[in-house]
Design a protein around this ligand. Sequence first.
Ligand code: SF4
Ligand code: SF4
Length: 102
Amino acid sequence: MAFEIIESCVNCYACEPLCPNDAIYQAKPHFMIDADKCTECIGDFMDAQCASICPIEGAILDDLGTEVNPIGSLTGIPMELLAQYQAALDATYQAALNDKSA
Ligand code: SF4
Ligand code: SF4
């Protein structure tokens, strides 16, 4: 039972001081979590402190490989809505490209 920091971590240091178990440490190429120390903050906090502060959505996984701070967790925008916006942006961009080449 431990979380994992993955390669999208930008080494911002935000999580390291918040861990109640000193489980997070600086490493190369990104911060890491000592699985022997991480308790997922159970018994200390309602939410995992590292995932709560991390500015990079999806950078922290649980022991099943599930994102603890998934896309939308910072913005509060549901993934479905993000996908809709992205599709609309892509369509607009493609239309502009087509106009330019016509
Ligand atoms: S989940 Fe909690 S105990 Fe585990 S690394 Fe993150 S802050 Fe530390
Ligand atoms: S808060 Fe997130 S991005 Fe920053 S060091 Fe920790 S895992 Fe990496």
